[in-house]
Design a protein around this ligand. Structure first.
Ligand SMILES: Nc1ncnc2c1ncn2[C@@H]1O[C@H](COP(=O)(O)OP(=O)(O)OP(=O)(O)O)[C@@H](O)[C@H]1O
Ligand SMILES: [Mg+2]
Length: 239
């Protein structure tokens, strides 16, 4: 069974101007992602990658179509139930990090566990381990505004991994990183897939990062333009 499935997924944003009919960011995407896959999503700026990822992660509700996560239709969950699924099953790395400014880095990273009622000591240990995995343990007590962009990004990755979620959805997780740190993050994600059987879907503009994945889906204008998993199986029609 696929761990994540999109069926005719669409998202249209209402825009400020009444003269326009809205922005069709995602226009009908079907997708099936198996447990243990490492998937890269690529495509031009504005093609709908973040919008797609947000819908897959239950952060944005689709205008039409549906998302099945481990067989559960996310549309059938109210906001509270959706929050629990997101916290326990999904690790999401936001393109803009979304660290809470008033918390220290280690508190940010521990937050998903704290919200789930996990004992203090275990939260601290798990957060410290997640920070160490991205090379950020030396900044644990700093607040986000005391960190560089790349450091915040690595903190956001640690927060997404701290619960060891079945699914990691990462939006440009290496966008602010130098090549060494970028390679480290890709290796870390590949390890989660290979050693723990976690599923990783990342959005990237970096061909080197995409090359680390086992499947690449290219989005163009809100639709799937190519899918390396699919293209291999579809015979080219002869004329
Ligand atoms: N909240 C919103 N309200 C209105 N339009 C939006 C909103 N979010 C995204 N859009 C529009 O939807 C389209 C897709 O945006 P999205 O953020 O998914 O692109 P992207 O592929 O992630 O781009 P980038 O590579 O620059 O991050 C864009 O045209 C964008 O302007
Ligand atoms: Mg984006």
């Amino acid at each position: 069974m696929s761990i994540l499935r999109a069926e005719q997924l669409q998202k249209t944003f209402a825009t400020g101007s009444a003269a326009r009919s809205g922005v069709a960011a995602v226009r009908g995407i079907d997708l099936e992602i198996d447990a243990g896959q490492f998937v890269a999503i690529t495509g031009a700026s504005g093609s709908g990658k973040s919008t797609l990822l947000h819908m897959l992660g239950g952060i944005t509700r689709p205008t039409a179509g549906r998302v099945l996560l481990e067989g559960i239709d996310l549309a059938g969950l109210d906001d509270d139930a959706l929050a629990v699924v997101r916290r326990r099953r999904i690790g999401f790395v936001f393109q803009r990090y979304n660290l809470l400014p008033e918390l220290s880095l280690v508190e940010n990273v521990a937050l998903p566990l704290v919200l789930d009622g996990v004992a203090d000591l275990r939260c601290r240990d798990a957060a410290a381990a997640a920070l160490a995995a991205v090379g950020m343990e030396h900044r644990a007590s700093h607040r986000p505004d005391e960190l560089s962009g790349g450091e915040q990004q690595r903190g956001a990755i640690a927060r997404a991994l701290v619960t060891r979620p079945a699914i990691v959805l990462a939006d440009e997780p290496t966008g602010a990183l130098d090549s060494d740190n970028s390679r480290r993050v890709v290796e870390l994600l590949a390890e989660l897939v290979a050693e723990r059987g976690q599923t990783v879907v990342l959005v990237t503009h970096d061909a080197g990062v995409a090359a680390g994945a086992s499947r690449t889906i290219r989005i163009s204008d809100g639709l799937v333009a190519s899918d390396s998993a699919r293209s291999a199986a579809v015979p080219v029609p002869t004329r």
